[in-house]
Design a protein around this ligand. Sequence first.
Ligand SMILES: NC(=O)c1ccc[n+]([C@@H]2O[C@H](COP(=O)([O-])OP(=O)(O)OC[C@H]3O[C@@H](n4cnc5c(N)ncnc54)[C@H](O)[C@@H]3O)[C@@H](O)[C@H]2O)c1
Length: 292
Amino acid sequence: MPCGDLALTNSVVLITGGGSGINFAFSKLVFEAGAKILIADLTLTEDARKFVASVPSEKVTFVKCDVTRRADLENLIKASRDTFGTVPDVYVAGAGVFEPDWSTWWDDTEDDGYKQLDINATHPMKLTRIATKALLSEQKKGVILILASLAGFLGTFSAPLYCASKHAVIGFVRSMADLDCYANIRVHAIAPGMVQTPLWLNNPEKMSRFGYDPKTAVTAETVAKAMIDTVINGKYQGGESVEITVSGTRVLGTWNLDPPSSSGTSVPQEVIDKNHAPLMAILDKERGPLKR
Ligand SMILES: NC(=O)c1ccc[n+]([C@@H]2O[C@H](COP(=O)([O-])OP(=O)(O)OC[C@H]3O[C@@H](n4cnc5c(N)ncnc54)[C@H](O)[C@@H]3O)[C@@H](O)[C@H]2O)c1
């Protein structure tokens, strides 16, 4: 039987990346809805630190966690059992990074793998595996949300690892559709366009390079509300992705998708040209002499 509706009151919600941005906004909303919360992150923003300090510790707990470490992810289940006496009902794989200097395809500084893929793609897949075992162990139904992006449906020459990581989780979520019937666990991707969060606001250089425009970026609260609706509402089928842009929210199927209609989903050509210039310079530097 599919998972169906899920009430947030008294449920336990685990949120990676809950110390900032979209997932912090979601943490506050699920707390207001009566859930208990486990915020897992490397660190908390000042607002998140104040929030955690202001609410009862038996309702909200912060666990330091590096999502690239399996032991840290496993520890979240233990922390939930120790604090709340049960495994979480809802799991949000929200931690993510956007083209950090230390993990880009263009700069190519990593010898083994790409840390950006470990954070954005491998962690949601591992967390889903860990969550499935935890839910089955207590015969609970549950919902898993994975933070994807519109970048999971389009390519960007200057952000190929980010786009690849978000495409990966869209494919993974689609592959998890049957978990709804077989294990009463709904797995969904959340796919926002640009969102007003520290991912952009703390990086003015990236804002201009990638054409961030506050007029076409939704707020973190808008995304958080759509996430709440996806969790509680059994009308969503396991494996579906939910797109959120300034034009609104819609469910994405698998085939023949219409492009999003809002202006916030495309970047002006002059911004693209400026963005590509340093990449052309990299290619020029790497190009050897013509062999005749
Ligand atoms: N902001 C946007 O425009 C936008 C658009 C689409 C999708 N998203 C996705 O939404 C998610 C949240 O993004 P945000 O905009 O709120 O960003 P944010 O930078 O405000 O928050 C990201 C959080 O992830 C945490 N994190 C990073 N690496 C981690 C690690 N190794 N272990 C544990 N935590 C780690 C950070 O500490 C931070 O608290 C990301 O997956 C992002 O890709 C963001």
